[in-house]
Design a binder for this molecule. Structure first.
Ligand SMILES: [Zn+2]
Length: 143
């Protein structure tokens, strides 16, 4: 999937004649894509918020316990590496706050941001962590 450009179909990348913005096939399904976006946005936002809350509600010792169930004994939860390719004007770095901390503000298009996030977060390790979380029993017993 490419970011939308105006000389090709935004879905399949087929070259287009003047005054066309989608190929014939994908022009017929614009409503479907918009409806799918409408369904996904609230779901993803709700799920992401809930996931962030839950991750904050698990103690380091509990993550250690879950990680011990894995043969590789990883450090969990994994720290994602996120890279955003952005115009310099879209990035503001503030080093003036807390010592040792920086604040990075990004003004980037939503698909760019979401792709960078997914690329950083959607790893085999996080999926393995989720699988271990699903089967864990007695995580409260050690505390
Ligand atoms: Zn197309």
């Amino acid at each position: 999937m490419d970011i939308y450009r105006d000389d090709v179909c935004a879905v399949c990348g087929e070259s287009l004649p003047p005054d066309h913005i989608y190929c014939r096939e994908h022009a017929a399904t614009v409503d479907d894509r918009l409806h799918e976006i409408a369904a996904l946005v609230p779901r993803v936002l709700d799920d992401l918020g809930r996931l962030a809350t839950l991750l904050c509600q698990v103690a380091d010792e509990t993550w250690d316990y879950v990680a011990e169930q894995d043969p590789a004994e990883p450090e969990w939860p994994p720290v994602p590496h996120v890279t955003v390719h952005a115009d310099g004007d879209a990035v503001n770095v503030d080093v003036g706050g807390e010592p040792g901390m920086v604040r990075v503000d990004l003004d980037v298009a939503l698909p760019v941001l979401l792709r960078a996030l997914v690329a950083g977060v959607d790893t085999d390790e996080l999926r393995r962590m989720a699988a271990r979380c699903a089967e864990v029993e007695g995580a409260n017993a050690t505390h």
